[in-house]
Design a protein around this ligand. Structure first.
Ligand code: NAD
Length: 805
């Protein structure tokens, strides 16, 4: 009984359930059955359906038709026919539509919050105060981008019809993250909801119709992986955006390889939550609650891996346990619930299995005293799991490495800041990191060194439409939110009219470097073979072979090294060692580039003669190419200290820095056309941004790049920053695409080669940039230089930091 004395004794909350009758009335209005939303209207729920249940009690909420081939086809058709008129609207007109959607979301905020809670199991406090407001914020923010698109992104066009596939953990928010930038850019959309949670997307579709969004601009198909694969594989799409598991992300990378679709992947994570001994411990404990018990821990960027400095670990864990003891798990609709229901029985089973395996591995599991059999009995009908803490975890164990995607924190200790960073980066993922220290030097030093796309200092799990979100390493590539997120839905306008590169001739067969093929043959003597350039030294090719470099009439000019797998490996090794380059200031890198331009210019005549001899373009054109190459290096010398990021103020007392960071090692396959300018146009922006590169120059005309060896040496380019391996472009590109220490691959060659690079890069999910066999006019500054190159040469790290108290 709730007598005042007992209430004062326990200080417990009474039940405070949110009203859900309006949501139930909506479900009833639809007869509890839904189809797809195609061409501006809901279709009849024909064919196979799947059940949507409330994970808090197993109640059947609705049945939803699974979209098959015909539905996906119809949705893409609707989006394709809407694209023409939608993309032709003025920015202001598109902005008004996005604004109208934002208003609709705000108007129906309570309805959407309750529906999301019923469907997903997340606490109403979170849907009401976080998910739905962020959804509205996203549409408002992108209404602004629609208005500003042409001013802010001159020379760009909308990508086209976009396929978008979302997960179940933030169903409406993930929809907003995808749909808002697409519509703002002028694209139309086919979105596939997640099979556990399609309901808010269906309600959103109705809101779009009510807001007067033109038919076909937003289309929704529902279903599981099979439907997703149909969307991803549809040839009518120009872009695919995916959020979900790394496993499926990898499948999609392979499935879309060579299709010409732009791809962005937001994948899994095992994000570190680093607590230094200089942290405000109470604040950090509260931070853990938001890091891992927000949304039941079903958060891709959850701070699921605590790293605590040894001296404070016992105190920190004791306070954490006391806090966990007071967390409330229960009805998601109750306003005083902290942790709601996990999305589905299959997810509970997966969490249990991982926790049991952790115990079997020898780690120590702690759960609150109330997480006993009685809790299990009380929550039998629903998918509930108590907050859990593992200590005594070994850094290499599955517990520390694999995503659990539930309310389970694993905690380890470290001694020094250096060790903290090493442990933090000891993961195949790189989505987010949360860093706690009152010492700014310590916090920012770790923020800079952690390999993650989002870093929160003395905070965690903060999101905003203006701040880019996305991963490093196997957490995927591409960003959602902010200016960088808009670029994911735009393409350079000239690309739409680009012609195919002319079919290249086959390379002459390689010959042994020191073999004797007899008098009169193209035999290679050691002296005549142009070597490779690795780690600042000229090296013989490991294969022991070279290949003839011929003039346009087929006469031998000289021989170039026949690079192989081993040479690429050595080059990557050298590039890895040159990491000081990435830490240099833009100013210091700019000076090297200026010097490089100067030294190339001094030898302009010699380079022009070489280009003419190899390609037969004539001395005037060859001279023009060298001059353009010098100018291009100057361009990136100028840019080196200016592409240095932005500051955003997403919330009153927080700043977010958008810092472009290098990929570190980029593999580059250069085009055959414009052998010097093509090489310089790709290498200069990459190194200007702090990357080290492994490059295969033009395969038929490699000598212009090889002549650069001495220029690089005399221009103070540190050893290992530029590594050049001559040979067969595609054979070498496949080695680079598969190499785990290369984080990005650029490829300018054939359509088949482009497909191969995209497919083979799926292993460590490299960011790829390929030309799909389309030619670029390297002399045209609109095509051959500029923001696109810098965007491709960097990835944004968003660092959130408190700015005031
Ligand atoms: P999932 O990869 O199984 O499913 C995600 C979506 O992909 C669903 O809509 C699903 O139906 C669809 N899908 C499944 N197989 C497919 C296929 N072969 N082809 C096309 N689509 C397919 O992941 P999940 O279990 O729904 O979500 C949890 C995962 O998502 C976690 O790993 C989490 O870290 C990740 N996640 C990442 C982010 C982020 O922004 N990085 C955000 C939320 C969730």
């Amino acid at each position: 009984m709730n007598k005042i004395v007992t209430i004062l004794d326990s200080m417990d909350y009474g039940p405070s359930p949110e009203e859900d009758s309006h949501v139930r009335a909506w479900l009833t209005r639809h007869g509890g059955r839904f189809g797809q939303f195609i061409g501006g209207r809901l279709t009849k729920p024909d064919g196979t359906t799947f059940e949507v249940r409330n994970p808090a009690d197993g109640e059947l909420l609705a049945e939803v038709a699974e979209a098959g081939e015909a539905e996906v086809e119809a949705a893409v058709k609707a989006a394709t026919s809407a694209f023409k008129s939608w993309s032709a609207l003025s920015g202001t007109e598109r902005a008004r539509h996005l604004y109208a959607i934002a208003r609709q979301v705000q108007k129906h905020a309570r309805f959407l919050a309750v529906l999301e809670t019923l469907d997903n199991g997340k606490p109403i406090r979170e849907t009401r105060d976080i998910d739905v407001p962020l959804v509205a914020r996203h549409f408002y923010h992108h209404a602004g981008w629609a208005e500003l698109r042409d001013d802010e992104f001159p020379g760009h066009a909308p990508a086209g019809v976009c396929g978008q596939i979302i997960p179940w953990n933030f169903p409406l928010l993930m929809l907003a993250w995808k749909v808002a930038p697409a519509l703002a850019a002028g694209c139309t959309v086919v979105l596939k909801s997640a099979e556990h949670t399609p309901l808010t997307a269906l309600a959103f579709a109705e809101l779009c119709a009510e807001a007067g969004l033109p038919a076909g601009v937003f289309n929704l198909v529902n279903g599981g992986g099979t439907t997703g694969a149909l969307v991803a594989g549809h040839p009518g799409l120009a872009k695919l955006a995916f959020t979900g598991s790394t496993e499926v992300g990898r499948l999609l990378r392979r499935q879309t390889a060579g299709s010409g679709k732009k791809l962005s992947l937001e994948l899994g994570g095992k994000s570190p939550f680093i607590v230094f001994d200089s942290a405000d411990i109470d604040a950090a404990v509260e931070g853990v609650v938001d890091a891992i018990w927000f949304n039941q821990g079903e958060v891709c960027c959850a701070g699921s891996r605590a790293l605590v400095q040894e001296g404070i670990a016992d105190r920190f864990h004791a306070k954490l346990r006391a806090r966990m003891e007071r967390l409330r798990v229960g009805s998601p609709l109750d306003k005083s619930t902290d942790i709601g229901a996990v999305v589905a029985p299959v997810q509970i089973a997966s969490i249990r299995a991982k926790v049991e395996a952790g115990v079997a591995e020898g780690a120590t599991l702690w759960q609150p005293s109330w997480a006993d059999e009685a809790f299990a009995r009380a929550t039998e009908k629903g998918c509930f799991f108590p907050p859990s803490l593992f200590t005594g975890v070994s850094p290499a164990s599955a517990l520390a490495q694999e995503e659990i995607f539930g309310p389970v924190l694993v905690s380890m200790t470290f001694r020094t800041p250096g060790e903290a960073v090493t442990l933090a980066n000891n993961s195949r993922y790189g989505l987010a990191a949360s860093i706690w220290s009152q010492n700014l030097d310590v916090a920012f030093d770790a923020a800079r060194k952690v390999k993650a796309g989002v870093v929160w200092i003395n905070s965690t799990n903060l999101f905003d439409a203006a701040v880019g979100f996305g991963g490093y390493k196997e957490s995927g590539f591409g960003r959602e939110g902010g200016r960088e997120g808009m670029l994911e839905y735009l393409v350079p306008a000239w690309e739409k009219k680009a012609r195919p590169v002319p079919a290249g001739k086959a390379l002459p067969a390689p010959v042994p470097v020191d073999g004797d093929a007899g008098p009169g043959s193209v035999s290679a003597s050691l002296d005549r073979t142009v070597k490779l350039y690795i780690g600042g030294r000229q090296m013989r090719p490991d294969s022991g072979y070279s290949y003839p470099v011929l003039d346009p009439k087929g006469r031998l000019i000289t021989e170039a090294g026949w690079g192989s797998r081993k040479d690429i490996r050595n080059a990557v090794e050298a590039a890895r060692k040159a990491d000081a380059w990435s830490d240099m200031t833009g100013h210091a890198r700019a000076q090297v580039l200026w010097f490089l331009a100067e030294n190339l210019e001094l030898r302009a005549a010699e380079f022009a003669a070489r280009i003419d001899r190899m390609t037969g373009v004539g001395s005037k054109q060859a001279t023009r190419e060298v001059a353009a190459s010098v100018a291009r290096i100057v361009h990136y010398a100028a840019r080196a200290d200016k592409h240095d990021g932005r500051v955003r103020a997403p919330q009153g007392r927080m700043l977010a820095l958008a810092l472009p960071e290098p990929f570190e090692v980029i593999g580059i396959s250069c085009p055959d056309e414009a052998p010097l300018l093509g090489f310089v146009s790709l290498v200069a922006p990459a190194i200007a941004m702090g990357n080290r590169v492994v490059v295969t120059p033009s395969q038929h005309h490699p000598l212009a790049a090889c002549d650069l060896y001495q220029v690089l040496d005399t221009s103070d380019v540190p050893d290992g920053v530029v590594n050049i391996v001559t040979g067969d472009r595609d054979q070498l590109a496949v080695v680079m695409a598969r190499h785990d220490d290369i984080a990005a691959c650029w490829y300018a060659g054939s359509a088949d080669g482009s497909a191969m690079v995209e497919r083979e890069s799926a292993g460590n999910l490299k960011a790829t940039w390929v030309n799909h066999g389309k030619a670029r006019d390297w002399h045209d500054p609109a095509q051959g230089q500029g923001e696109e190159f810098l965007f491709r040469a960097t990835r944004i790290k968003s660092i959130w930091t408190p700015f005031g108290v």
